[in-house]
Design a protein around this ligand. Structure first.
Ligand code: ZN
Ligand code: ZN
Length: 313
């Protein structure tokens, strides 16, 4: 029992992200999604960069998947390389662009940060391939490790919000709150914890937000763990606001989060990969530019990474 666990289910301390079946039906009936292209071809293929002593290289692969490289470590966030974000291979949201780096072309992966169990973030085929190849350490929230073990993926480290582990003596990972929820099957709503990760490394601090609505916890993260040198923040899947608002930030809130965190550099994620909500494929990026202007944030402080192009900071 805690301020976010009632003995059976986890919950958000300040806000409910639950949507009733009636809400879901209302959205399904009333939604007017802007159509996405069926396929989007990225121009530049992935070219690895040398990563020296105090550098962090972040390469956006799609959805919430980044390759992070620093101090001899290769880290993946929410590895998702499958065609569909769905429990079945033949139905459900289908990606419109290939992963910017194919799984077989990755460098050896040492560590995986897993934010929560939604299908666009926790992809069992991707995790199985990674584990077969490199046996990376997986760090995730309470309940997800037991779920993965039941699927043949034992050994994940489970953390409650604000708990930490050291994958290497000089690297600390802290699981931090997010305003979101979880669900994999029919009867497991909010039984596995969701969150983000703060990585403290010899090359600086990296914050990976996972999926989150806009709440007060960015201030807490900054106060307890310090300003991140690099923040990976979601900007997509936000329309319509009455339905998506509590669980997914819009670009304006993402810029506010960047400021609340005091991030030195933020990179956008969770856009233009899977059609999950009602906005156009390019709407998050256009809205982010407007939001940066409105908040007086320079474009080089909150960038939209090109898919597959490393950003070194
Ligand atoms: Zn989610
Ligand atoms: Zn998501």
């Amino acid at each position: 029992m805690s301020d976010h666990f009632d003995g059976k289910r986890f919950f958000n301390p300040h806000v409910s992200t639950d949507r009733s079946v009636a809400d879901l039906l209302r959205w399904r009936r009333s939604r007017r999604p802007v159509p996405w292209p069926r396929y989007w071809q990225d121009e530049a293929p992935f070219t690895p960069v040398p990563v020296s002593g105090n550098d962090i290289a972040a390469t956006y692969i799609g959805q919430a998947t980044f390759l992070l490289q620093f101090s001899g470590l290769n880290v993946l966030t929410d590895p998702m390389f499958s065609l569909r974000a769905s429990p079945v291979a033949w139905l459900g949201p289908k990606r419109v662009r290939d992963p910017a780096i194919a799984l077989v072309d990755l460098p050896p992966i040492h560590l995986v940060l897993l934010s929560h169990n939604h299908y666009d973030h926790m992809d069992l085929p991707s995790l199985r391939s990674l584990c077969d190849r490199w046996r990376p350490l997986v760090v995730t929230g309470l309940g997800n490790g037991a779920y993965l073990a039941g699927k043949g993926l034992a050994g994940a480290i489970e953390l409650d919000w604000w708990q930490s582990c050291n994958p290497r003596p000089d690297v600390r990972v802290t699981f931090v709150p997010a305003q979101h929820w979880s669900k994999r099957g029919l009867f497991d709503r909010r039984t596995m914890l969701w969150g983000g990760h703060m990585l403290e490394t010899p090359a600086g601090r990296v914050y990976f937000a996972g999926d989150t609505g806009y709440p007060a916890h960015f201030h807490d993260i900054r106060r307890r763990l310090g300003e991140p040198d690099l923040a990976l923040l979601p900007i997509g899947a936000y329309e319509p606001r009455w339905f998506m608002g509590p669980q997914h930030m819009n670009p304006d809130e993402a810029v506010q989060a960047h400021r609340d965190l005091g991030a030195h550099l933020s990179l956008a994620m969770h856009f233009a990969t899977f059609p999950l909500a009602d906005e156009a494929i390019d709407a998050p990026v256009l809205a982010l530019a407007k939001a940066r202007d409105r908040h007086g944030v320079p474009a080089d402080r909150f960038q939209v990474p090109a898919f597959g192009t490393p950003v070194v900071c």
